[in-house]
Design a protein around this ligand. Structure first.
Ligand SMILES: Cc1ncc(COP(=O)(O)O)c(C=O)c1O
Length: 422
C-alpha cells in the first residue's frame, strides 16, 4: 500500500483515474503508519523488540528476517515520514542525522564531487571535509548558494559532480536558498547532479522541498520531527521512483542502510513516531512564539541584527513566502548581540527558560553560541566569512507560553547590556 494511504481511505473518480482524497497533514501524522494492530486491536503499535523472526520454511517469512534489515516499528515510522514529507513516497530511517549524511555520501562511491551550500551544519562540514574526503576521495566545493548567480553555480558543477547539498534556512545564519532555481540548474546541467535538501530546520510542516524540485530530502529526526529531545535519529525521503536513475539511488541507499547498519532501534522508532503525531501542533506553536521573540529582539537596543526569515522588513521575505509554507514562520532565530562574546555569554547564562545547550527543535527553548558550540568544528577563517562571529546567538524557540519567552529574552538582554555598559 502506498505510504499515504490508509485501509479505509475515501477514493473519488475523476473520469478514468480513481484519485485519493488526500488527508491533511495532521491526519496523516496521526494515522499513517499507525493503524490499529490487526491481531490485538491495539490502537498504539506495540514495540517489537525481537531481533529475529521465525521462518515457516527456509526463506518463507512474514516480511521480517532480522531487525537490522527491517522491523515493524522502523517500517511504520518510515511510512509516516514518507507520508508527511509532501511529494514523498519512500523513507529510510538511520541511527542519526549524521549517519544519514554518511550513508548518502558513501553511496556516491570513490572520487566523486559534490557542491554544498557553504553555511552547512558543522558536523556535515566535518564529515565532508575530514571523513569522506580522506576515506573515499570525495571533494566538496562550498558555494554561497544564496547569492551566487547561475553561472557561478554552473561553473562549480564538474563532470563527476553527483550531488548538490542544500540546507535552507542554513545553520546557523539562516540563509534562504531558492530551491526551484537550483533544481532547474541541476536538471539542465549535463552532469545531472541530484539535489538533496536537509529540511531539518523547517520540518515537513513548513517546507516541502520535493515539491520544489529536490530529489532527496534529509532530516535529523533528533530535532523537530521527534520534538522531545530524547531520540537521536535521521531519515531520507524520496519521491515516487519515476526514473531508472532515481530507482538506482533508492536501491543503493536501501542496500547501504542494511549493509552499513547505522539503523535506529525499534524503541527509538516508536518514540519518534509518537513525536511525529504532534508535529503540526508543535510547529505552529514554535512559529508563533518565534515571531513574538524575533519582534522583541528587533525592538531591543542591545541587538545589532535579527535573522529570522518572515520577520517584517526582512529583505528576503518574498523568497521566504515562496520557500516556506503554509506561513513564513519557523522556530529558529539567530541574532547578533551588541558587545561580542562577553555580552553573548552573559545573555546565554542569564536566561531562565532558554537552556544553554546544543541541538534544537524540542518543545523546550534552547539557546547556544554557534562559534564555540555547534560550529566549533568549522575553521575560524570560514566562520568569519560566514558571519558566525562571537556575538552570534542561536535560539531554538520552544512551545512554552510566548509571553514568558519574550520576558525571559528581554531580561537576559538587559543583563547583557549592563555588562557592555561597564
Ligand atoms: C541541519 C542539521 N543537519 C544534520 C544534523 C545532524 O543530525 P544528528 O545530530 O541527528 O546526527 C544536525 C544536527 O544538529 C543539523 O542541525
Amino acid at each position: 500500500m502506498s505510504p499515504g494511504l490508509l485501509l479505509n481511505d475515501p477514493v473519488v473518480s475523476d473520469g478514468a483515474k480513481p484519485k485519493l482524497i488526500e488527508d491533511g497533514f495532521g491526519t496523516r501524522a496521526i494515522h499513517v503508519g499507525s493503524e490499529p494492530n490487526v491481531e490485538t486491536g491495539a490502537v498504539i503499535p506495540p514495540i517489537s523488540l525481537s531481533t529475529t523472526y521465525k521462518q515457516e520454511a527456509v526463506g518463507v517469512h512474514k516480511g521480517y528476517e532480522y531487525s537490522r534489515s527491517a522491523n515493524p516499528n522502523r517500517n511504520a515510522l518510515e511510512a509516516t515520514l514518507a507520508s508527511l514529507e509532501s511529494g514523498g513516497a519512500h523513507a529510510l530511517a538511520f541511527a542519526s542525522g549524521s549517519a544519514t549524511t554518511a550513508t548518502v555520501l558513501q553511496s556516491l562511491g570513490p572520487n566523486a564531487h559534490i557542491v554544498s551550500v557553504n553555511d552547512v551544519y558543522g558536523g556535515t562540514f566535518r564529515y565532508m571535509t575530514r571523513v569522506a574526503n580522506e576515506n573515499q576521495g570525495l571533494e566538496t566545493t562550498f558555494v554561497d548558494l544564496e547569492h551566487a548567480d547561475e553561472e557561478a553555480i554552473r561553473d562549480a558543477i564538474r563532470e563527476n559532480t553527483k550531488l548538490i547539498w542544500v540546507e535552507s534556512p542554513t545553520n546557523p545564519t539562516l540563509r534562504l536558498i531558492d530551491i526551484p532555481r537550483l533544481a532547474q540548474i541541476a536538471r539542465s546541467h549535463p552532469s545531472h547532479p541530484l539535489l538533496l535538501v536537509d529540511n531539518t530546520f523547517l520540518s515537513p510542516f513548513y517546507a516541502s522541498p520535493l515539491l520544489l524540485g529536490a530529489d532527496i530530502v534529509m532530516h535529523s529526526i533528533t530535532k523537530y520531527i521527534n520534538g522531545h529531545s530524547d531520540v537521536v535519529m535521521g531519515a531520507l525521503i524520496l519521491p515516487a521512483l519515476e526514473t531508472p536513475a532515481l530507482t538506482r539511488v533508492y536501491e543503493k541507499l536501501r542496500f547501504l542502510q542494511n549493509a552499513i547498519g547505522a539503523v535506529p532501534s525499534a524503541y527509538d522508532s516508536w518514540l519518534a513516531q509518537r513525536g511525529a503525531k504532534t508535529l503540526h501542533l508543535r510547529m505552529k506553536a514554535h512559529g508563533e512564539n518565534a515571531l513574538l521573540v524575533a519582534r522583541a529582539l528587533k525592538a531591543s537596543p542591545h541587538v545589532e541584527e535579527v535573522i529570522y526569515p518572515g520577520l517584517e522588513g526582512d529583505k528576503r521575505n518574498e523568497l521566504a513566502w515562496r520557500m516556506l509554507s503554509p506561513h513564513a514562520k519557523n522556530g529558529m532565530i539567530s541574532f547578533r548581540i551588541k558587545g561580542g562574546f562577553e555580552a553573548a555569554e552573559t545573555f546565554l547564562t542569564s536566561t531562565r527558560l532558554f537552556t544553554l545547550a546544543e541541538s534544537l527543535g524540542g518543545v523546550e527553548s534552547l539557546a547556544e553560541h554557534p562559534a564555540r558550540m555547534t560550529h566549533g568544528s568549522v575553521p575560524e577563517r570560514e566562520r568569519e566569512l560566514l558571519g558566525i562571529g562571537e556575538g552570534l546567538v542561536r535560539l531554538s524557540v520552544g512551545v512554552e507560553d510566548g509571553e514568558d519567552l519574550v520576558r525571559d529574552v528581554l531580561q537576559a538582554l538587559e543583563k547583557a547590556g549592563e555588562v557592555r555598559a561597564k
